[in-house]
Design a protein around this ligand. Structure first.
Ligand code: CAO
Length: 533
């Protein structure tokens, strides 16, 4: 019986793989993978064009048929896998046989996924850029003539897209559409039918005001995943507009960052924007995975407050620990300063159980970044004592144990600093790492930009841009061994409008010409002028 089920599962898996390959093949031949130019819509004046279009339509039909077959086969394989769990495990849980292609040559993780990118500023674009790095076809919709507001913010090169924009929108295509223009809405509806995910981070209610409600989107394309970043989740603040630092403050980061005697501080890392974009990307790929089973899309919501709190969860941990006594690893404990009702700011104390602090290194008088983070990790205490020339501390009862050291941490770090100040941060790094003492040099952005190892791994990448020239960007920080990432420059405003209208949405050349004068893809005045002409 088990053998029979096993064979059945293998047969179905094979069929699914064949169908999927056929779908991929047909897709590859069909322009940009998912064109659905219906035979009715195509009105070609010339015979050659008509032939080409009917060929495209036939290819699109073939792609659809093959896709349906793949979906059905996949459904059957899941059913079979459920009936025969042992066989499913052996056969890779109903998925295709492992590719025989060398790693890195079997496409990209998100090949075939198409994203309707309605994001702007930072949080949403971070998410869609990551998805693009993973291989998704990201189509960024921008307001005609204006585009993402960041194109013009913090400009360093006159008349060129800012680094704010270029570093968050690599590997994407740009189409301009006025979402409030009737023709623009029609184009958007077509895009919805052709895409797998819509990502947006408009102010609350803006997408609905465009007429793109969940009900509307779901009706047009039940497989569509609608992913949103908002400042707050449902509750008293859900209608508020939110930027990075608002989220850092509302998510518990600011109240726990800074020095005890100073005001709350925001951090330089954009945990509210980029952090939430990262959370959203995980939500999207999870929803894509669930869609394989359910066949339907869903809403994915990441509130920036929630994202920040998730990253600051150790402080919520400490809040609860406070009810059971003082937080002994906070230096204020060693200094005899009483705790209040809420988690205090802990300066540069380490967030874990191992005391740490930032110490001066050689050259600190002139270089604001000549510092090192030094952790007095208990297991390497002996090595620390030897290195800084205090071997007697290894056996001195005032220093030998972590508990004995707690009230003396300030003085201990003072002594260690006398040693670090005689070395550069890189010398300290080398000497400490040789004996497993965890330390971290405070690297400036200049040092990071110039660090050869980050260039080699593709974490820092130089790309060329037609109007601004070469610039540095952060590549994919997530490395997949079978999904290579080539970082491409950000698109110019509307650079791919015609390409997408024609190849993705199947508009004919004459229809594209009409759209161009309708005002739907150009700024309102230009459209009006063109109409009048
Ligand atoms: N065509 C026509 N109109 C368009 C358009 C297009 N292609 N794209 C956007 N618009 C319109 C929207 O429909 C909206 O119009 P209405 O207010 O009339 O409905 C308008 O542009 C402005 O959108 P917005 O309110 O999202 O933009 P804003 O600059 O006023 O606010 C922000 C920006 C970020 C505060 C807000 O979008 C927000 O709170 N987003 C959610 C949280 C978030 O992501 N914050 C992080 C931002 S990064 O620091």
């Amino acid at each position: 019986m088990a053998k029979k089920a096993k064979r059945a599962a293998a047969r179905v898996t094979k069929k699914a793989a064949v169908a999927r390959r056929a779908a991929a093949h047909a897709k590859a031949r069909g322009a940009a993978g998912a064109t659905k130019p219906s035979a009715k819509r195509v009105r070609a004046p010339k015979k050659a064009l008509a032939n080409k279009q009917s060929m495209l339509a036939a290819e699109a039909r073939a792609a659809r048929t093959a896709e349906n077959a793949a979906r059905k086969a996949e459904k059957r394989s899941i059913k079979t896998a459920k009936r025969a769990p042992a066989a499913a495990v052996k056969n890779g849980n109903g998925h295709p046989k492992p590719s025989t292609r060398p790693f890195g040559q079997a496409g990209k993780a998100l090949d075939g996924v198409r994203i309707l990118d309605f994001t702007h500023v930072q949080s949403g674009p971070t998410c869609t850029q990551l998805l693009a790095y993973m291989g998704a076809d990201v189509i960024k919709v921008e307001r005609p003539g204006v585009g993402d507001i960041t194109r013009g913010q913090l400009r360093d090169v006159p008349n060129a897209d800012s680094l704010y924009f270029t570093m968050l929108n690599g590997n994407k295509r740009s189409i301009t559409i006025d979402s409030k223009h009737p023709k623009g809405r029609e184009i958007l509806d077509r895009l919805i039918k052709q895409c797998d995910v819509l990502v947006e981070n408009f102010a609350p209610g803006a997408l609905d005001r465009m007429g793109l409600t969940w009900e509307h989107i779901h009706k047009l394309n039940p497989r569509m995943i609608v992913a949103s970043v908002k400042g707050f989740g449902p509750g008293p603040y859900e209608d508020c507009k939110v930027y990075e630092n608002v989220a850092q403050c509302a998510g518990g980061s600011a109240s726990t960052t800074g020095f005890r005697e100073g005001p709350p501080l925001v951090t330089g890392a954009q945990i509210g924007d980029s952090g939430t974009g990262l959370h959203l990307a995980l939500g999207i790929v999870s929803a894509l995975y669930q869609r394989i089973r359910t066949g339907r899309g869903q809403k994915v919501l990441c509130a920036m407050q929630d994202g920040v709190l998730n990253l600051a969860r150790v402080k919520l941990r400490d809040q609860q620990r406070l009810a059971h006594g003082p937080l002994k690893e906070y230096s204020q404990f060693g200094e005899g300063v009483a705790f209040g009702k809420a988690v205090p700011r802990a300066g540069n104390d380490s967030g874990g159980g191992q005391p740490g602090w930032i110490l001066k290194c050689k050259g600190w008088e002139d270089d604001p970044d000549a510092y090192i983070y030094f952790i007095t990790q208990a297991p390497v205490w002996g090595a620390i004592c030897d290195l800084i020339g205090k071997p007697e501390w290894k056996t001195d009862p005032d220093y030998a144990t972590p508990n004995a050291r707690l009230p003396r941490l300030k003085a201990i770090f003072g002594t260690i600093e006398q040693w670090t100040m005689t070395k550069t941060k890189f010398e300290v790094m080398d000497l400490c790492n040789a004996v497993d003492i965890p330390v971290g040099p405070i690297l400036s952005m200049k040092e990071i930009a110039e660090e050869p190892s980050l260039r080699q791994t593709g974490t820092v990448v130089e790309v060329d841009h037609p109007t601004r020239g070469k610039y540095l960007t952060v590549g994919n920080p997530i490395k997949l061994s079978d999904s290579p990432c080539e970082v491409a420059r950000s698109p110019l405003l509307g650079e791919h409008t015609e390409e997408i209208l024609g190849k993705v949405l199947g508009y004919s050349a004459s229809e594209v010409a009409e759209i161009k004068t309708s005002g739907a893809i150009t700024p309102a005045e230009k459209g009006a002028r063109a109409e009048a002409a």
